[in-house]
Every structure is written in structure tokens, then in C-alpha cells.
Design a protein around this ligand. Structure first.
Ligand code: SAM
Length: 356
């Protein structure tokens, strides 16, 4: 009798878990914005663009995302345990630090200081578009503290759905690897471009426990954090390299699949094209490239006010252009074919094949 009950119970546990994260994110944002208004009354801060109708739409999209996430796990695309994967230790350790960092964030945001780095941070050698306090983050992507806070900040921003959105690359990735049954699992090579703190690689590892995983990122601090996170997993460590996605340090046709999550909206248009061309170069003929990034205006026009506000509120200098960028044309220009796209909650996905 226990088995028929197991799925509904697990689903209930998952929904409760997600609801907890969602309430937590909302409570945090409400409290911090009230505190900000009290300590530093708004001057030319953008007005709140969230009407009740928009809030309802967002809630519906969030519910749909969770439903899809649950369904993919139930259908065995990835283990159900992945639904509950959460960096609890980091949460308890760094949540207080997130509050302590807030006055600095508010100060920089109010005074529109967008390219500020501590003196001990080495900024030489990075492309100029990268030297930004994206999301007003202290030290941009270049300090260990920024790496420690990043996942918490993203979880709060998306009301606890960041991993559910990242997991939407897993089904297309798995489909993209179909036909490789003759290849020993450990010889399947998957690269995550701009792997950041390793959350996506951790999820891919959950679905492909034996595959050879690779990650590159420009930030040494984020790679250190990724190394910590990924070394908790049993099995082989993904190979992490500091590199620019514009010049991937791999042979042509090396990977069966390439993924890239939440990078393109942070790149200037020409760099977007170069990264796609590099992804094409390192993907095997017949291999798949899966992108996850923000929604765009063409597929979610009702959320235009939010997208318009995001660029400024979170200091995302290239986001506005990204929201109308024709990513399909870019992928085709690089040589990809069979391009499909889908939208889940606040994110959009492109799946593209390199011709066999
Ligand atoms: C918004 S974060 C996304 C990180 C991760 N993929 C995730 O899902 O959370 C953007 C990441 O892209 C990296 N990045 C930005 N420009 C890059 C470039 N040109 N080459 C490599 N990494 C880059 C940053 O260091 C950062 O880790």
C-alpha cells in the first residue's frame, strides 16, 4: 500500500519545500525594501511595476514551472532527489553576510557606481564588459564573498526557483544525447559554459552520474566555489577551467553536448555571437547546444514592464538589448540547425543541433 502513496507524498513534500523557499524570498525582499525606504528614502528609484494582474500571471507561471519540474522527475528524466537539492550549509552560513553586505549595495546603487572593485581585487586581463557590479554585487564576480552570496541572491530574486529553471535544460540535454547508447557513459563529454558556482553542473551530474563533465568561467572565485560544491558529489569531479567563453580552450568537435545557463543577457551583442560560434566549434557534429536565459519581450510581452525595470534595478547593462535579440538568427549564423525554444516562468531555452 505504501507505493501508490509515495508519489503524491513526494509531490506534496516538493510543493511544500518550494512554497517555503518562495515565501522566504518574498519576505526577504519585502523586509529589505522597507528597510531601504526607511534608511535611505527613494530619490529617483524606479517605481514598482508589479500590478496585481502581473503578480497573478507570475504566480501562474511559477506554478506551471514547478508542475513541469515535478513531472520531469516523476517521468525519470532525473532523480526525484534532485528536486530537494539545496545548499543548506551555505544558507545558514552566509545569509547574515547577505544582510551585512546590503548597505554597500544600496550605496552603490543609489550613487550609480557600477564598476567598483576593492583594491585587492585584480581586474587586469578581464574584458571591460565583464568589469561590472552585475546585480550591484560587491566586487562583481571577482571575490570569494561574491561567490558565497551569489546562489542565495539568485534564489531570493527568483523566489526559490533558480534550480527549477536550471533543471529545464536537463530534458533537452538528455534527448540531445539520445543515440549515444553505444558510447560508454564515462566517454560522454558535456561542457557547461559560464558554470559560475557549479549549480548547473551539479544538476547535470545528478542526471548523468558517469559522464565526463567540464566547466569554464572567467571568475576564479566562482570556480573555487564550484569546486567546493561539486567535490561533495560522489564520482568524478568535473574539470573546471578559468577561461573566456569567447575563446574556449578545447579542440574542435570535442563535446557531445554544451550547456550555457544565465550568461547571454550579461554579454554585449557581438560577444553573444562569438560565444555561440565557439559553442558550435567545440560541439561534435550531431551534438546539442542547450541555452537557458531570461525571457524575452517577443514571447512574454505582458512581462515587458518587469523586463524594462530589471536592467536598471539590478544593474544589467546588456539586458535591454538581449530582451529583443534574435538568438535563433545568431544560432543559425553560427551553423546550428533544428533550433527550438521554450519558455518556463522567467526563463527561456534554446536547443540547437550541430549538423551531423
Ligand atoms: C549570471 S552568472 C550565471 C552562472 C551560472 N551559469 C548559473 O547558472 O548560476 C554569469 C556567469 O558568467 C560568467 N561569465 C561572464 N562573462 C563570461 C565570459 N566571457 N566567459 C566566461 N564566463 C563568463 C560570470 O563569471 C558568471 O559566473
Amino acid at each position: 500500500m505504501a507505493a501508490p502513496l509515495a508519489a503524491p507524498l513526494t509531490k506534496l513534500a516538493y510543493q511544500t519545500f518550494q512554497q517555503g523557499k518562495s515565501y522566504f524570498g518574498l519576505a526577504h525582499k519585502t523586509l529589505s525594501s522597507q528597510l531601504l525606504t526607511l534608511l535611505d528614502p527613494p530619490r529617483d528609484r524606479p517605481a514598482n511595476r508589479l500590478t496585481p494582474e502581473l503578480l497573478l500571471k507570475i504566480q501562474q507561471r511559477l506554478n506551471q514551472l514547478l508542475e513541469t519540474d515535478w513531472r520531469d522527475a516523476e517521468q525519470g528524466v532525473y532523480p526525484e532527489s534532485l528536486l530537494f537539492d539545496n545548499p543548506w550549509e551555505d544558507f545558514f552560513r552566509y545569509y547574515p553576510a547577505l544582510w551585512l553586505d546590503m548597505p554597500q549595495i544600496w550605496g552603490r546603487a543609489n550613487q550609480k557606481r557600477y564598476q567598483e572593485f576593492s583594491t585587492q581585487i585584480k581586474t587586469e586581463g578581464y574584458p571591460s564588459y565583464y568589469l561590472q557590479n552585475f546585480h550591484h554585487q560587491t566586487d562583481g564576480y571577482l571575490s570569494d564573498m561574491s561567490a558565497n552570496l551569489y546562489d542565495l541572491q539568485v534564489e531570493i530574486l527568483f523566489n526559490g526557483t533558480a534550480d527549477a529553471m536550471r533543471r529545464r535544460i536537463l530534458a533537452p540535454l538528455k534527448r540531445g544525447l539520445e543515440g549515444l547508447e553505444q558510447t560508454p557513459p564515462h566517454q560522454i563529454r558535456v561542457l557547461d559554459v559560464a558554470c559560475g558556482t557549479g549549480r548547473t553542473l551539479r544538476l547535470v551530474r545528478g542526471m548523468l552520474p558517469e559522464a565526463s563533465l567540464f566547466g569554464i568561467d572567467l571568475s576564479p572565485a566562482y570556480l573555487r566555489k564550484a569546486n567546493q560544491l561539486l567535490s561533495q558529489n560522489p564520482g568524478d569531479l568535473p574539470q573546471l577551467l578559468q577561461a573566456n567563453a569567447e575563446e574556449l580552450p578545447y579542440l574542435d568537435n570535442y563535446f557531445h553536448a554544451v550547456t550555457c545557463v544565465f550568461l547571454f543577457h550579461e554579454l554585449p551583442p557581438a560577444v553573444r555571437q562569438r560565444v555561440i560560434e565557439q559553442a558550435f566549434r567545440v560541439t561534435q557534429p550531431g551534438g546539442v547546444f542547450v541555452i537557458a536565459d531570461s525571457i524575452q519581450i517577443s514571447d512574454s510581452p505582458e512581462l515587458t514592464p518587469i523586463m524594462e525595470g530589471f536592467s536598471e534595478t539590478f544593474h544589467e547593462p546588456y539586458y535591454r538589448h538581449y530582451t529583443t535579440d534574435d538568438m535563433v538568427a545568431r544560432l543559425e549564423q553560427a551553423g546550428f540547425v533544428g533550433i527550438t525554444s521554450e519558455v518556463h516562468f522567467m526563463s527561456k531555452y534554446w536547443v540547437a543541433r550541430k549538423p551531423a
